[in-house]
Write a protein that binds this ligand. Structure first.
Ligand code: PAF
Length: 284
């Protein structure tokens, strides 16, 4: 496995793969890798001839500088795991290598066709502009055959699909297939997240209730309306000492617009467990 830190070397390696007509699997990450990332990487390695993973804590997608500072970083540990998983190339640039001064300072604007108006987009202004900014640079560099994203970040996945399949930039990315992969959970049911590292062991136990309530909501959905289920989920999570719901929205899986039926619906939740912001979702 080779760790690449410059765009020039990345382009050199990608060009060599493309010349040999090799299929390229790509998993973009911000490091602090866990079993959720490992499942994406395993799939990318098994479905493609070459596997590239990027490890880059993208400053332009953080709307909270404290959150950016506290984001866990351990490239050495991540690289060991990626090597074991059979990855061929890791791209781990500095922010200065990734962005020009202008790109770093000017705020990149993307028209999301309404997909950013709710949930994470509403709570974290500018977040998805930063995500699309970095993902489009990475797609231009890596030119993957398939790119893998976790369903835990459901809104992010819907936005990346839109970017590649339906947006005005779709023509540029038409060769890329976006693969959504299921949420990987700890044995307790807690969705795997790099942020779980910041939970105390007591908070980890408390946070298990999030997925438990979401699973209960599948039963509630058999009799109750979407509105009632939303309310029940919020009330049940808030009733647990140490958890505070930021939002729970049941939306259409493709348009992310509020829906009043459970057909093609996903419920997305954000919960504070102490100071740690956790997200999870469930498909009805
Ligand atoms: O999901 C993530 O880890 C990030 O948002 C991504 C896609 C790597 C872009 O920085």
């Amino acid at each position: 496995m080779q760790v690449i830190t410059t765009k020039l070397e990345l382009t050199r390696q990608v060009t060599a793969c493309l010349r040999q007509n090799k299929t390229i699997g790509f998993v973009p990450t911000m490091g602090a890798l866990h079993a959720g990332h490992a499942s994406l990487v395993q799939r990318a390695c098994s479905e493609n001839e070459v596997c590239f993973v990027s490890v880059f804590v993208n400053p332009t997608q953080f709307n909270n500088s404290e959150d950016l500072l506290r984001y866990p970083r351990d490239l050495e540990k991540d690289a060991k795991l990626l090597e074991l998983l059979g990855v061929h190339f890791v791209f781990a640039p500095t922010p200065e290598e990734m962005y020009s001064k202008e790109e770093m300072e000017s705020s990149f604007m993307f028209d999301f066709n309404g997909l950013d108006e709710m949930m994470e987009g509403k709570m974290r202004p500018g977040h998805f502009n930063g995500v699309v900014q970095v993902v489009s640079i990475l797609f231009d560099l890596v030119q993957p055959t398939r790119a893998y994203f976790g369903e835990k970040d459901f809104q992010q996945l819907a936005i990346i699909r839109y970017l590649v399949e339906r947006s005005p930039l779709a023509n540029r990315y038409k060769g890329i297939k976006i693969i959504g992969c299921p949420i990987v959970r700890e044995e307790s049911g807690l969705a795997m997240s790099s942020r779980n590292e910041r939970l105390s062991s007591k908070e980890k136990q408390i946070a298990v209730a999030i997925s438990q309530v979401l699973i209960s909501s599948l039963e509630w959905a058999k009799n109750d309306s979407v509105f009632t289920v939303q309310q029940r989920v919020v009330d049940a999570i808030n009733a647990i000492d140490g958890l505070t719901v930021e939002y729970y929205d049941i939306v259409d899986k493709t348009t992310l617009q509020p829906t009043d039926t459970f057909i093609n619906a996903v419920g997305c939740v954000t919960v504070y467990c102490g100071s740690v912001r956790l997200i999870d979702n469930i498909q009805y």
